[in-house]
Write a protein that binds this ligand. Structure first.
Ligand SMILES: NC(=O)C1=CN([C@@H]2O[C@H](COP(=O)(O)OP(=O)(O)OC[C@H]3O[C@@H](n4cnc5c(N)ncnc54)[C@H](OP(=O)(O)O)[C@@H]3O)[C@@H](O)[C@H]2O)C=CC1
Ligand SMILES: O=C(O)C1=N[C@H](C(=O)O)C[C@H](O)C1
Length: 261
């Protein structure tokens, strides 16, 4: 069975990767793409409808899954539009505010919505194993996270770093809004024991690196994930679209459920 998909932001880094993978695969049908008018030149060669507003496409694509890697306000708008027509939606956009996340959760009661800040299997495997590492090493180990991304990236820290920090903080019984330290400068004094540093580096064309550090007495453990290409994110999103097509609404789904919590 072929899964019909609509790609938002088809000229973007993730949008174009998704569009090409969906076109190449017989497991997906490209029902249409959406891109802003000034950037949509060339998309007509895809041989599917090209629109500038998702709302123009949805009524003619019942059941098609929208895949959206754009910007927070755009993804939220896509979810609102999809909720009017009942289309499922997979969102990979990061940098959503707490209010935007909570609106997604509300919309997910009406339509199937999947949102993950990182669609790679590797990072989601890390999400699983980090609490175990944290428990084994214990509180004597200071935790810090660094992330490196290309110079075009708009949000910081990355959605993945935010997720990894949440997982580590929860494992230690901490709250990120109480212990998070996002970059250091000046005479800051000694590092408090109850702190979790998250630091963003930007430059060049780095696809996405994340390192979690556990600094302990006389040693340190470093766990690194490096994405080599955007294809692994896109393949994860297409896998999510397939998985979501047989899910009912009710809760905001993520990679945890897809991989079997
Ligand atoms: N979850 C995951 O695994 C991953 C998530 N991401 C996240 O995905 C998001 C996008 O990243 P990336 O692809 O690098 O960014 P890009 O800027 O390359 O792509 C975003 C695209 O969306 C387009 N867009 C903006 N507004 C609209 C609109 N109203 N209608 C249609 N299209 C629109 C942009 O057009 P324009 O250029 O005109 O603004 C652009 O083409 C980011 O939040 C990033 O963090 C990225 C990789 C993996
Ligand atoms: O913007 C990107 O490129 C990426 N964004 C995601 C994030 O913010 O975590 C995932 C990946 O690291 C690439």
């Amino acid at each position: 069975m072929s899964i019909p998909v609509i790609i938002m932001g088809a000229k973007g880094r993730m949008g174009s990767t998704l569009t090409h993978l969906a076109m190449e695969s017989d497991q997906f049908t490209l029902s249409g793409v959406v891109e802003r008018a000034e950037y949509s030149k060339g998309l007509e060669t895809l041989g599917c409808p090209v629109k500038h507003d998702l709302a123009e496409l949805l009524p003619s694509c019942p059941g098609a899954t929208v895949i959206d890697f754009t910007a927070p306000e755009v993804s939220l708008d896509s979810a609102r539009k999809a909720s009017k027509t009942g289309n499922p939606i997979v969102i990979g956009t990061t940098g959503l505010s707490a209010d935007q996340q909570s609106e997604l959760e509300t919309l997910a009661r009406d339509i199937p919505i999947f949102w993950s800040p990182n669609m790679s299997i590797g990072v989601n495997a890390l999400v699983r194993v980090l609490p175990m590492l944290e428990r084994i090493l214990g509180e004597a180990y200071d935790m810090e996270i660094t992330e490196i991304h290309h110079h075009h990236k708009k949000d910081a820290p990355s959605g993945t770093a935010v997720k990894l920090a949440q997982v580590l903080a929860e494992s230690r019984g901490w709250k990120m809004d109480e212990v998070g330290n996002y970059g250091r400068q000046g005479i800051i004094g000694a590092r408090p024991e109850k702190e979790l540093g998250v630091h963003a580096l930007r430059g060049g064309d780095v696809v996405g690196d994340h390192t979690v550090y556990f600094f302990g007495p006389g040693e340190r453990v470093e766990v690194t994930h490096r994405a080599h290409s955007r294809e692994n994110f896109a393949r994860g999103a297409l896998r999510a679209a397939t998985w979501l097509s047989s899910r009912k609404p009710g809760r905001l789904y993520s990679m945890g459920q897809l991989l079997g919590e």
